[in-house]
Design a protein. Structure first.
Lengths: 257, 295
């Protein structure tokens, strides 16, 4: 029994220590972020390209099919009530408020997050971060902050593109496949979806962007500098980000309803 | 005194008051790195246990020892990538443990370090790797940076490889590029971590010549960590043999080669048997093969 309590105590202590270190790490990134945005904006732009532009294909293809599925489900269910004109609205709400930010964040974690973690982990394993320290260059500022900011900036843009392409997918299914009136499809969206709904989606995508990028750079920076260590860190990035995104999604939705 | 591996206070106690005053003045200018009573452990294993060592200005100093004696750890302690549990490390008279981060970074600008694997930044080409410290620390124009970088690359014979990526370089070339990067800021101290490991004879000869030439031409101090006795002997002015957490012997390579100590003889002549056991601690061979555990 005593051993059990000791194990629980050790686990809680370790969790609190890691959580504290994680928060301090976040503060370090925030402290260097304004300076990096002003003095080395080129590095941030490069990371927006790496995290954002290079994720475009997977985001657009996924958005198209998710929008298509929403179109199928929306038409199939709403036609039972002769409300198929609302297919676009159902798709728009689903995409803008929920699926756009959430699925984009999950895909971002799988594509860009893992790339960030493994890149930073390998830089650590091959002494590149130590070499920077020896060149009197702070690796947190030079390597981690641009990658973190790149992810934070890229995420809302990707979520917007996901939602836009998703709406196109819903249009293809609803209007082109099932013959919903194109005017009704888009006009219902225009009349029903409000700016606050879009703001909720934008807010979620920013929060998810911060969470996904922060977890990715944290895991990379703290990876054990071996092949196995970097592999494990990469896996943790995906798992922790997925859980964090879903938990934050619930909390934000509950707060905004 | 060419090499010295004891605390400065002990050395001074052996001299007369007049000599002491004169030597103290000389030592302030001669001793670039002074390590006093250094203790450092990893887990329960003591890596250094009261290590004393002085590195003289302007010399090529070698830190040698069997694998696992903490040579690279010592370099990381000297550059404060690690912090000792006990003892002091002075660089040019400054106790590095007292420095804040900005002071430490200023001090590190005086260091150049060649890592064992080169540690080139893999997303930058050769030119940008060498230019990296200049772009981070200076406001030189692109034209001037180009001149400086090409000069350094020419010195290591790789001006023609400026556009290549690190993945396209051989091990020897990567280390030469890393050497060019290490000296691009014209450091006072160049540190080499196992510079000869895994190199073919030609690359090794090139690196050996470069180490000596850089040291003499630029008037810098070089510290080499290595267990390649033959190569180190050709280039070092002074060698320290580290074992069991302390300096086991020091002197010029010739002095070490003639030393009577079993440990020094085993290391310098590459003998399998001696104070450094070939086998790691283990239960009896017969017992482990045929005993109860075998089932």
């Amino acid at each position: 029994m005593t051993a059990l309590f000791r194990e629980i105590y050790n686990a809680v202590t370790e969790f609190l220590r890691t959580f504290g270190a994680f928060q301090l790490f976040f503060l370090r990134l925030l402290r260097h972020s304004p300076g990096m945005l002003v003095s080395r904006f080129d590095l941030v732009v490069m990371q927006v390209f790496n995290s954002g532009a290079l994720s475009l294909v997977i985001i657009m293809v996924s958005g198209l099919f998710v929008g298509g599925v929403l179109g199928l489900q929306g038409y199939s269910n709403l036609s039972r009530f002769n409300a198929e004109d609302w297919t676009g609205v159902a798709a728009a709400f689903g995409l803008v408020k929920e699926l756009g930010p959430v699925i984009t964040a999950l895909l971002f974690a799988g594509r860009a997050g893992t790339a960030l973690t493994s890149e930073i982990g390998l830089m650590k394993a091959t002494d590149q971060l130590s070499a920077m320290e020896m060149m009197a260059v702070n690796p947190v500022r030079r390597v981690l902050v641009p990658r973190f900011l790149g992810g934070v900036i890229a995420m809302p843009l990707l979520a917007a593109i996901f939602s836009a392409v998703g709406m196109f997918g819903a249009h293809l299914v609803g209007v082109e496949m099932f013959g919903v009136d194109v005017g009704s499809f888009w006009q219902q969206i225009q009349l029903t979806v409000e700016l606050d709904d879009v703001k909720e989606g934008i807010f979620k995508s920013i929060v998810f962007g911060v969470a996904a990028s922060l977890i990715a750079v944290w895991e990379g920076y703290n990876a054990i500098p071996t092949a196995e260590g970097v592999g494990r860190a990469t896996t943790r990035t995906v798992v922790i980000t997925a859980i964090a995104v879903l938990v934050f999604d619930f909390m934000i939705t509950a707060a905004m309803i | 005194m060419l090499c010295y591996a004891g605390p400065a206070s002990l050395a001074r106690a052996q001299t007369s008051a007049e000599e002491q005053t004169r030597n103290t003045v000389n030592e302030i200018s001669d001793n670039l790195i002074e390590i006093h009573d250094l203790k450092f452990s990893r887990g329960h294993r003591a890596i250094f246990d009261g290590l004393n060592l002085v590195i003289k200005r302007g010399q090529v100093t070698a830190l040698m020892g069997p694998s696992g004696t903490g040579k690279t750890t010592l370099l990381r302690l000297i550059t404060r990538q690690l912090i000792p549990e006990h003892g002091t490390i002075h660089v040019d008279g400054v106790d590095i443990s007292t420095l804040n981060m900005s002071e430490l970074y200023r001090l590190r600008q005086r260091f150049g370090m060649l890592f064992q694997n080169g540690a080139l930044l893999t997303d930058l080409n050769v030119f940008e790797n060498v230019a990296f410290p200049l772009r981070e620390h200076t406001k030189l124009t692109n034209r001037l940076i180009r001149h400086v970088v090409l000069t350094k690359l020419h010195a290591v014979g790789l001006r023609g490889a400026a556009d290549m990526m690190p993945a396209e370089l051989s091990g020897g070339m990567a280390r030469r590029v890393a050497l060019a990067r290490a000296m691009v800021m014209d450091p006072d101290i160049l540190i080499y971590d196992e510079p000869f490991v895994g190199l073919d004879p030609i690359s090794m000869g090139v690196i050996v010549r470069l180490v000596r030439r850089m040291n003499d031409a630029l008037g810098i101090t070089s510290v080499i960590v290595s267990h390649d006795v033959a190569e180190v002997s050709t280039v070092a002015d002074c060698s320290f043999l580290i074992s069991h957490g302390k300096v086991a012997a020091s002197g010029s390579p010739d002095e070490l080669r003639l030393a009577k100590s079993d440990l020094v003889r085993q290391f310098m002549h590459g003998m399998a048997d001696g104070p450094v056991a070939f086998h790691f601690d283990a239960p009896g061979y017969e017992e482990q093969l045929l005993g109860r555990d075998a089932e």
